[in-house]
Design a protein around this ligand. Structure first.
Ligand SMILES: [Zn+2]
Length: 196
């Protein structure tokens, strides 16, 4: 299970999915569908050194909604005009899907995989963490807001664009990395042997 994973359980692979010998002699397997998705991004986007893909309830729920991510929260507005969508094609075992994943992502760093989940990338692990944190929170907020059944407030277009620009005006990753170090302390406090 995920909470049982330790650093020594991870595998190092090349861009063709072949395991790079880690010298331990242990036999491990690579998740083929996970490889298709992650390798697609790594092969095409040299700026995105870290790729995170999740199957959370809120992410899957929004991925199944035709309207996509609604501009109804500050968290969602970080992605206004900066979010890609990719249609569902089944479990990602077909390597040819990589071309379509990359084409759909374009120059963005975040994408909703329809009927499947969320995908983000970052220049640093901190940036990738920040992206998935905000996208996940935006999805949680959307699911909760729609479940309430009340009429939603959608900010005017100029406010949406302004907010997205505010989020994206800092080209550096220092503040992302600071938040990542903070997030790391959650696992350090909870499961300190994750490094083993
Ligand atoms: Zn997946």
């Amino acid at each position: 299970m995920f909470h049982e994973m330790r650093a020594s359980d991870l595998v190092k692979i090349d861009l063709h999915g072949n395991m790079v010998d880690d010298g331990t002699g242990q036999s491990k397997r690579v998740n083929a569908a996970g490889f298709t998705i992650h390798s697609a991004i790594h092969m095409a986007r040299e700026d995105l050194h870290f790729v995170i893909h999740t199957h959370t309830a809120a992410g899957i729920a929004v991925s199944a909604q035709k309207q996509g991510l609604l501009p109804i929260s500050q968290h969602a507005l970080k992605f206004y005009g900066h979010l890609a969508y990719h249609g569902y094609e089944g479990v990602a075992l077909d390597l040819e899907e990589r071309d379509r994943l990359v084409a759909d992502l374009g120059t963005h760093k975040a994408m909703i995989l329809a009927n499947h989940g969320l995908l983000v990338g970052g220049r640093t692990v901190g940036e990738a963490w920040n992206m998935i944190y905000y996208l996940e929170r935006a999805c949680q907020a959307q699911v909760a807001a729609l479940a309430g059944g009340a009429e939603l407030i959608l900010p005017p277009e100029e406010v949406r664009l302004k907010t997205a620009a505010q989020f994206n005006r800092n080209p550096g990753t220092e503040h992302y990395d600071m938040a990542w170090q903070t997030a790391l302390r959650l696992i350090e406090n909870d499961t300190p042997d994750y490094r083993s």
